[in-house]
Design a protein around this ligand. Sequence first.
Ligand SMILES: NC(=O)CCC(=O)C(=O)O
Length: 274
Amino acid sequence: MRASLIQIAVNQDETAEDRRVRAAALVREQSAADLVVLPELWTVGAFDFDSFAAGAEPLRGPAAKTVAAMSGAAREARVWLHAGSVIERADEPAAEPAGDPSGTPALYNTSLVFSPEGALVRTYRKIHRFGFDRGEATLLSAGTEPVTAVLPDTTLGLATCYDLRFPELFRALTEAGARTLVIPAGWPDRRAAHWSLLARARAVENQCYVLACGTAGTHAGVPQAGRSAVIDPWGETLAEASDAEEQVVMAEFDPAYADEVRADFPVLRDRVLR
Ligand SMILES: NC(=O)CCC(=O)C(=O)O
């Protein structure tokens, strides 16, 4: 399989609409890939909390701008597309404490997976919200369900940014059949070392490929780490961004290798606590 990770720059001198058009064009350029990945919240910026409510979108209907743009791009490029995540405005009201009790729609940090026909086949609502008592943790509702997406050659396990710090989610995805863990992020440069270390750890401990796609640029005063990477189930880095600038990280990988590693070194079989 050929994967292309689009480490798009999220800077405040570009509108979300302009970036949506640009992201769609970048996806269309990756028609030689089988799977294309975008990062977390590349429309609004993962740390631009003030823009979350205004930048929220439904996933269906005429206001679903990112879904429409990404669906068209996946279809034109004929690729599987993990389009990173958007702020989803849900149909149901938010439960406290994320929203007020007045019936305000729930907002989620929701990842989107499209087929090469442009169908939105899977969505994943980020389970672990970042910010402790601020930002995402207070503005958004939390997802509750681990999600996998079955592709012809591999099964994706979906996780988003801060989720990377919670290994039990990745073990649940592995138990659900994942062989390729896809992690869009808006990870800050300040903790770049954690990003690279944890991404490799998740690959090794779950004997899975990891496709970790971060943002470039600076938004809300937070310089981004970039460092997007493709890591194999043995923990080898197959490709990594050269710096925190906008770029596309490409790697070719053999999905069957995850099962080979598991057969040769069957550490997952030795689990005691479940
Ligand atoms: N957007 C995020 O989830 C940021 C996570 C982060 O900064 C960290 O885990 O560190």
